[in-house]
Design a protein around this ligand. Structure first.
Ligand SMILES: Cc1ncc(COP(=O)(O)O)c(C=O)c1O
Length: 397
């Protein structure tokens, strides 16, 4: 994915700034750091780019989700509604707090189905966590209305959708909190890293403290700081943040190239009778990191994946049978394979998943192919890819 495709002198220069001062930690050591505060600088730039009041950097997208939930007061026994098509980090981040993941169906947006969300609300529900998979979004208007009606938090997992927008606003900035990942395969990368954005001053302060052992970050003597609440260590390092500063400056260029390559391929696939495309909610614009489309049947989709592979068209994902992203592959979670004890409430909820009917999601996922969009392709390579895809897909219809 793009971030690492365009790693260059700009990232090296930023990292060298840090190496030359030798201060790899984001806090303290004022006298020695040559006035380099890379994490702080990245936070300010990212908050501005995302039109949010606050940004808190952390060590990963997974720790961003945990920190965001904790900052908003989610804890043991609270229910968080999340989709069955996502990355394992969604339930991991919830379980880490002793909270309860409640998995519900997706629809043809490939994200949370608002009707399924509404049906899953109980007196314990505290938060709805849409996951904007593969560059596009959930129906955020519908989810916002549900959250307002039931007094729930809306936490957007925008880890895969950096740069996408909804009704003119950056994805991640619409809910109460938004989370991002800068791991090695994301739109921009720090190697490892994550961010939380919010307009809520209290959540922002809580996140700042939680990700650093509860430190209040007041004054310049770290050892003398107080700890208003307990926290953990989910800090980002200066080295990682330095890479992020350079990558963020390339974001708009990355998005423009993705859009161009996506559009070339989409126009060719649109000429195939039987191919339809993922629904993008009205007012939404994808970040164009994937082109996701549907074929008429599961069998045709499986055959198309085989034909694409045979034709050496790389990076076409069939999530339905991919361990990481769809509930079909989460046997470890459904069978309670935890190294530590789980609470009875969590066990009951997870066990239920073995008998829950997700046929609505199955019917969508078994016909979905997501095709990765790279930015290093030349125009000829994109056209060649599009034509090979058309030939492979038509051969199975
Ligand atoms: C949708 C989603 N959420 C969360 C994460 C977790 O991010 P990280 O790998 O930085 O922990 C990922 C990573 O792939 C993701 O795709």
């Amino acid at each position: 994915m793009p971030g690492f495709e365009i790693f260059g002198d700009e990232e090296r220069k930023q990292v060298n700034d840090v190496l030359e001062s030798g201060i790899l930690m984001r806090y303290g050591f004022e006298g020695l750091r040559n006035n380099h505060w890379k994490a702080k600088e990245f936070e300010i730039a990212f908050a501005k780019r995302m039109q949010s009041n606050h940004c808190q950097l952390v060590s990963s997208g997974t720790s961003a989700l945990t920190t965001a939930l904790a900052s908003a007061g989610i804890g043991a026994g609270d229910e968080v509604i999340m989709p069955v098509f996502t990355f394992v980090a969604s339930f991991e981040s919830i379980l880490m707090l002793g909270a309860i993941p409640v998995l519900v169906d997706i629809d043809d947006t490939l994200t949370l189905d608002p009707n399924a969300v509404e049906a899953a609300i109980t007196s314990k529900t505290k938060c709805v966590m849409p996951v904007h998979m593969c560059g596009s979004m959930a129906d955020l208007n519908a989810l916002q209305s549900i959250c307002e009606k039931h007094n729930l938090l809306l936490l957007e997992d925008a880890c895969q959708a950096l740069g996408g927008t909804y009704q003119g606003k950056p994805l991640g900035s619409i809910g109460d909190l938004g989370c991002f990942s800068f791991d090695f395969v994301k739109t921009i990368t720090c190697g490892e890293g994550g961010a939380i954005i919010t307009n809520n001053d209290k959540f922002s302060k809580n996140a700042d403290q939680y990700q650093d052992h509860g430190h209040d970050h007041i004054g310049s003597d770290r050892g003398a700081e107080t700890h208003p609440n307990m926290g953990y260590n989910f800090r980002i390092s200066e080295l990682h943040a330095a890479v992020g500063i350079a990558q963020l400056e390339k974001l708009d260029e990355i998005l423009a190239i993705q859009k161009r390559n996506y559009t070339i391929i989409r126009k060719v696939l649109e000429t195939i009778k039987g191919v339809s495309f993922r629904k993008v909610p009205e007012g939404g614009e994808e970040n164009y990191s994937f082109l996701s489309f549907f074929l008429p049947t599961e069998e045709m989709t499986k055959n198309a994946i085989a034909m694409l592979s045979e034709a050496n068209v790389e990076a076409n994902f069939y999530w339905y049978t991919n361990n990481w992203h769809y509930i079909n592959g989460w046997e470890h979670m459904k069978n309670l394979k935890s190294l530590g004890l789980l609470t009875d409430e969590v066990k009951t909820q997870l066990k239920k998943l073995n008998d829950t009917d997700f046929s609505k999601s199955d019917a969508v996922m078994c016909r979905t192919i997501s095709s990765l969009i790279k930015i290093g392709w030349t125009d000829t390579q994109v056209e060649d890819r599009a034509n090979k895809m058309k030939k492979a897909i038509e051969s199975v219809l």
